[in-house]
Design a protein around this ligand. Structure first.
Ligand code: BG6
Ligand code: MG
Length: 216
């Protein structure tokens, strides 16, 4: 009760971009001579681009100097952006616009809290940018989830006490970050995996207006 700020993760919560991240990482792994599985891709959820490449190289047992590392990061992002370029409104996950509209009509503040440096581009592509009072993304943070930094900056930008904020997240590290920020964490996805969340839903179609109302 009494919640005034709502913070949304992007990848896996608003849009299913994990599949594009996967395809881009898989292509790079292929070029480097090994297979990158969808299961391994789970480890990349909520993790920064730099850390993802470090993990990928560990999986492939590949050593790289700084120049090679930067080149691969750039190449992966260019491949990823080629997928993003083709995105449109149809790729918004079910009922996300309903929940955003409900909250907007109730005059609460809405922020994005994402590890992605491509967050603005994606929100623009799917035409959801106008809903957000603040966007905090990979360009604004120095500490990755589960550190609460991204969500604390969002609360500050919204001028809302962290304890009066709610976070929607699909990554374990994201739920931990929300809990570390003393916010109400809502897991979107598998409740066995996101078992540290205060509330769990498979997706937004399960989040009714009455539940949202009970948070306000
Ligand atoms: C997170 C994704 O939202 O953003 C991660 O879950 C991704 O998989 C991270 O690595 C960084 O994204 P980007 O767009 O800056 O490469
Ligand atoms: Mg996510």
């Amino acid at each position: 009760m009494g919640k005034k700020g709502f913070v949304f993760d992007l990848d896996g919560v608003i849009v299913d971009t994990a599949k594009y991240h996967y395809l881009a990482w898989k292509k790079l792994a292929g070029e480097l001579g090994f297979v990158f599985t969808e299961e391994q891709n789970e480890l990349f959820k909520g993790v920064s681009r730099k850390r993802c490449l470090e993990i990928l190289l560990e999986i492939g047992n590949i050593k790289a100097n700084q120049e090679q590392f930067d080149k691969w990061m750039k190449e992966k992002n260019e491949d990823y952006l080629a997928y993003i370029e083709k995105m449109g409104k149809s790729e918004i996950l079910p009922d996300v616009p309903r929940v955003l509209s409900f909250l907007k009509n109730r005059n609460v503040k809405i922020a994005l809290g994402s590890a992605s440096k491509n967050a603005r581009t994606i929100l623009e592509k799917v035409e959801l940018l106008p809903y957000f009072d603040s966007i905090v993304d990979g360009n604004d943070v120095s500490k990755a989830k589960p550190d609460p930094q991204v969500f604390l900056i969002a609360a500050k930008n919204l001028h809302v006490d962290p304890m009066d904020c709610v976070v929607f997240e699909d990554a374990v590290a994201g739920i931990q970050a929300a809990n570390n920020a003393k916010m109400v964490s809502i897991g979107i996805g598998d409740s066995d995996i996101l078992n540290e969340a205060k509330y769990n839903f498979n997706d937004f179609t399960e989040i009714g207006d009455d539940f949202l109302e009970s948070l306000l």
